[in-house]
Design a protein around this ligand. Sequence first.
Ligand code: MG
Ligand code: ZN
Length: 464
Amino acid sequence: MSLAEDSPVHSSSSDDFAAILDAELDAASNSSGDSEEVAEEEESSEEDDDRSDYLELERVKRQKVELDPGIRNPQSSSSQGASSEIKVSLPEEEICPHPGFFAGMCMKCGLRVDDDSAVALKYIDKNLRLANDEMARLRDKDFKDLLCHRRKLYLVLDLDHTLLNSSRLIDIKEEESYLNSQRDALPDTLKTSLFRLDRMHMMTKLRPFVHTFLEEASKLFEMYIYTMGERPYALEMADLLDPGNKYFHSRIIAQGDCTQKYQKGLDIVLGRESAVLILDDTEAVWKENKENLILMDRYHFFASSCKNFGFSYKSHSQLKTDESETEGALATVLKVLQQVHSLFFDKERKDNLEDRDVRQVLKTVRKEVLKDCKIVFTRVIPINFTAEHHHLWRMAEQLGATCSTEIDPSVTHVVSGDAGTDKSRWAVRENKFLVNPGWIEASNFLWRKQPEEKFPVSPAKCKQ
Ligand SMILES: [Mg+2]
Ligand SMILES: [Zn+2]
């Protein structure tokens, strides 16, 4: 593990940022609970040599910070209580840009400044806000280091239904009561993946393959957890997923950190958008960052989870089954991530690494799934609905298919909600594939054209 990977505070070694924050944390009161988190992380560093190098580096940088005449200790400057004095003492070209604020005070000049546009990074420290310019500067720096030196991209991971499934204990049904057994009495596959968290009155099942997924993905990506759950829940889940604290460090973003209600956003992630991929089962929360999103097939282990989403079928827990370890969603998406990563860093590419955009690469990979397919829909898109705007039409196009409203000899697939329509019968007569809409969705989730015979169209309902 490299020095950069072990760098505390958070990421990918925003070294100067770490230094600023570190210095500020020292200067400010040490009573904040969140700053303890940072300290713990420093202690958890695995390699002592790297650690002492790092400390040395930080010490030198801090001396630099202290020696810089433009930088004042927030406490001493506020005790002087003289903002005008500072202005006078600074030559005009050195007017402080107020890059960041700790408990309302500028980290650089120590002034109290109301900058409403500054971004709160509560998940790093509850008192920390950074100005937009500073966010951009740190992103650029982090991006260069991550891409050029560590050849990694960023990966933002949702928790519920993506990496795991949780249920309240009171929602556990009779048929699932075997889950309450002592660990030794549980089926083997559950011994290491099912957790009863009495303190939180809930039970959590990790998605099959999740440990391998995290291990492999961490070689290619710097990873964040980003959940709409609350912080205590997020931390508890991070503990189950990453007991050695190898993958996430403090990169755990919870509901209270979001800048918009009911929305997640990359605005608080210290990674440039052109280098971030997101895995989430909920598209609607990523309005601003759809192009970065890989939509996940939802993992429902518990009966309550199926019920909450309106499904009447039995859950894995009721049937005593589980998603496939080797062909399930996480194994599938890992292959996609590996492919995207290798195309992004492809040595044959002539363009500058920094100019590349992972969203473009993702598009290219996606377009391979249904390339060479020409699709006509029947009884799928409501009459009076603009076909091109329908989500299945758009999905098929993103997967590389061509969509059409008219049949012609070049059509390969008729996607149908009813076997009795003219177009459905035409497909049968002309030996074209006749499939139900699930074929497109499954191909989308599995990143591969699915066998058509698995998606038959139910017998005619239509009387013509
Ligand atoms: Mg989710
Ligand atoms: Zn300032």
